[in-house]
Design a protein around this ligand. Structure first.
Ligand SMILES: *[C@@H]1O[C@H](CO)[C@@H](O)[C@H](O)[C@H]1NC(C)=O
Length: 123
């Protein structure tokens, strides 16, 4: 349980600062943005998730770890390690399909930062 006014303020901040909407087209590609501009993280750990718990991409201590990647995203994701030092943890998703629509999140556990992207695919 948290103190109500604090909860409300946290929720408002999440909505205002970290919800983005992105669109793509079937068979196309998209970059799902995740920017964090306070300071560069050396051994970064990042979890990209789809619909809260489906694994899209993990970076663990600075290395890509795709062992538990959800089958839906296999061979269709890429990240940009050269951008990580700039706080840019954007994800490239290729060969888009209708079923890719939905909410994606980029979570940086060591910083307790959550960015959300609402993605929709058009025909
Ligand atoms: C983050 O990196 C991607 C891939 O290089 C690039 O397309 C995108 O413009 C960058 N975003 C920002 C805000 O710099």
């Amino acid at each position: 349980m948290c103190w109500l006014p604090v909860c409300v303020i946290l929720l408002m901040e999440l909505q205002v600062s970290s919800q983005e909407r992105v669109e793509g087209f079937t068979r196309g590609k998209v970059i799902l943005p995740c920017r964090y501009n306070v300071m560069p993280i050396e051994e970064v750990t990042i979890f990209w998730r789809y619909k809260d718990d489906r694994n899209v991409y993990n970076i663990v201590s600075g290395k890509a770890d795709l062992t538990d990647q959800d089958r839906q995203f296999r061979d269709r994701t890429r990240m940009f390690p050269e951008e990580w030092a700039n706080g840019n943890f954007s994800l490239l998703l290729t060969d888009l399909k209708d079923i890719d629509s939905g909410s994606y999140s980029c979570f940086i556990p060591t910083m307790n930062i959550l960015r959300q992207v609402e993605f929709s695919v058009q025909e």
